[in-house]
Design a protein around this ligand. Structure first.
Ligand code: SPV
Ligand code: MG
Length: 568
């Protein structure tokens, strides 16, 4: 039953007394739902107060409807709407019912006073409508409704206006006769006796509702025993929040700091939870480019051959190295998550027992000493399916690069950096790339199209006979076809190159990913490079670590801790 009106009718039949609490916005509704109540009262008093205005029909029907709509949309609970007098005569009521019903509200309550009304607890000015005229409003409401489940409650104000019990009963009976689905009998007495005596004499088979604002000692169980089917705690959320806000403000003013109240107020985490932030993040993940993409991080290698990291890496693999308070792997996982990639396989080897990869699967390549990167990537074997990101475990990078990479239409795309040519010479043998499209000579006209993806001609540590144009950064994106081709190539190469060197590797087992890519290029399979300029760093030396640390310090101070730095 998705219709809240239908569900509420059902609840009246199947449950004991329904407990309903007043709200003026979606937040109130959520808190009420979280506390296990049966419904939300879209209270005129609360909504007026939230605007800082008297509860006296100052707000228009549209404004009250907007508030009720926001309340309704924030909760799965049925919302019972305080519609005051119905904003005029029977014609106004008809229009109003159409609008409230269309907004999916479960019930409306109209009171038998004259428009403009004032709140029932304001002495004087509680002028009642004539019974006949109000009966017209009820009949108009019932005639206007299209959803047979929508409940129309008549609220009897005779006790409030001081017209006595007989008048209250006479009116309630007339409204029931006119088709009202329930009666709210309102009272400003400090004891419940008045409403109990009404209920004792009530002989119709439609539910009675109490609003025990002034006779607050009464319990829900007593009201239930007295014949009531619903109790509305009309304004207690509002009143509680006024007091809590005031106390907080007074403390801040007096202390000149929020230090004393930090522990007493709701945490931002709780606030985000109430907003539905985690559900939103989950949606973003599901609908993002990265949904259905997996990642493989080969992290099996012993990087202790990097001399100035020897000390730092004596008891952990490189991906567990902390840079700026987080390990390389944590930073990579955060970047992957930020583009929606949550299916991550980390292939460990050297000191794999020290791998901590929260939310990722860790595979152990026991042959890590005798094998190399290509083996580690393809070691994931059967577990590799569909779109796949390959990410070397020794790089930090701007997550925008990763986000852009996922947009590549090509079967295999490598991220290639053209800035490498301008960098000081590095000791390590680099993964070099040559593409057809060299840098533009000075004086070239501006190009409109950005040739983001460039066909790769050569790749390797040495490019025999070709001028390197880029460096492969250790990040690649394989679409389904690219992954299939890579897997098949790996199998073929095992047979073809058994016992022989494989490009720059002394055997296939020791092949680097670039050797395997070369094998593909030699078989005329087109691999593309996505060009970048800077925005990443390998971590192979103490100076790499220091530069990265400085970067994270700078980003943290620029962003003043509001947002995570963008480099992974
Ligand atoms: C409201 O909450 O606006 C009500 C209930 O109408 S009472 O304030 O008790 O009249
Ligand atoms: Mg009201």
């Amino acid at each position: 039953m998705s219709d809240k009106a239908a569900r509420m009718r059902e609840a009246f039949r199947s449950k004991g007394i329904l407990k309903v609490v007043g709200a003026h916005n979606g937040l109130g509704a959520k808190l009420i739902e979280r506390s296990g109540f049966d419904g939300v009262w879209a209270s005129g008093l609360e909504i007026s107060t939230a605007y800082g205005l008297p509860d006296a029909n100052i707000l228009t029907m549209t404004e009250n409807l907007e508030a009720a709509r926001a309340i309704n949309e924030a909760t799965a609970l049925p919302v019972i709407c305080d519609c005051d007098t119905g904003y005029g005569n029977a014609s106004n009521v008809k229009h109003m019912v159409k609008k409230y019903e269309a907004a999916g509200l479960a019930a409306i309550v109209i009171e038998d006073k004259q428009f403009p009304k004032v709140n029932s607890f304001i002495p004087g000015r509680q002028a009642l409508a004539s019974v006949e005229e109000f009966v017209g409003r009820i009949r108009a409401a019932k005639e206007a409704q299209r959803n047979p489940h929508l409940m129309v409650f008549a609220r009897v104000e005779a006790l409030i206006a001081g017209w006595g019990m007989e008048e209250a009963l006479r009116r309630a009976a007339a409204y029931a006769e006119a088709g009202a689905d329930g009666i709210v009998i309102h009272s400003k007495a400090s004891e419940p006796e008045e409403v109990f005596s009404f209920a004792r004499r009530w002989d119709r088979n439609i539910p009675l509702v109490a609003i025990p604002t002034t006779y607050y000692r009464v319990t829900a169980a007593e009201l239930e025993r007295g014949g009531f089917k619903m109790v509305i705690y009309a304004n207690h959320g509002l009143r509680a929040s006024i007091r809590a806000i005031e106390t907080t403000l007074e403390t801040i003013q007096r202390m000149g700091t929020t230090a004393d109240i930090e522990e007493k107020v709701a945490s931002l985490r709780e606030v985000f939870e109430l907003q539905g932030m985690s559900a939103m993040r989950e949606d973003e993940r599901r609908f993002s480019d990265g949904a259905n993409v997996q990642a493989v991080i080969p992290a099996a290698r012993d990087h202790q051959f990097q001399p100035d990291l020897k000390e730092l890496l004596k008891d952990k693999p490189l991906c567990m190295l902390e840079v700026g308070g987080q390990t390389l792997l944590e930073r990579q996982l955060t970047a992957l998550h930020s583009v929606g990639i949550t299916d991550v396989v980390v292939v460990g080897g050297h000191l794999h027992e020290k791998l901590r990869a929260e939310g990722a699967r860790v595979l152990y390549n026991p042959d890590y000493r005798k094998t190399h990167c290509a083996h580690s990537i393809l070691f994931a074997g059967e577990q590799l399916k569909g779109k796949t990101v390959i990410l070397y475990s020794d790089i930090l990078f701007d997550r925008q690069i990763l986000a852009r990479l996922l947009g590549s239409p090509h079967p295999i795309t490598l991220v290639i950096d053209r800035a490498y040519q301008t960098l000081p010479t590095r000791k390590k043998a680099l993964d070099l790339v040559a593409v057809d499209d060299p840098a533009l000579p000075p004086g070239s006209p501006r190009r409109l199209e950005l040739d983001l993806y460039k066909p790769i001609r050569h790749i390797g540590k040495r490019l025999l006979g070709a001028q390197p144009t880029h460096e492969f950064i250790g990040m690649a994106f394989l679409r389904e076809k690219g992954l299939d081709v890579l897997k098949r190539a790996w199998e073929q190469a095992q047979g073809e190159y058994q016992g022989k060197p494989f490009y720059e590797a002394s055997s296939v087992a020791e092949a680097d990913f670039t050797d395997l890519l070369r094998y593909l290029l030699d078989r005329n399979f087109q691999v593309f490079g996505m060009e970048i300029e800077h925005g990443w760093s390998e971590v192979h030396s103490r100076s790499d670590v220091e530069r990265a640390e400085a970067h994270f310090r700078r980003s943290a101070s620029t962003l003043a801790g509001v947002q995570a730095p963008s480099a992974a």
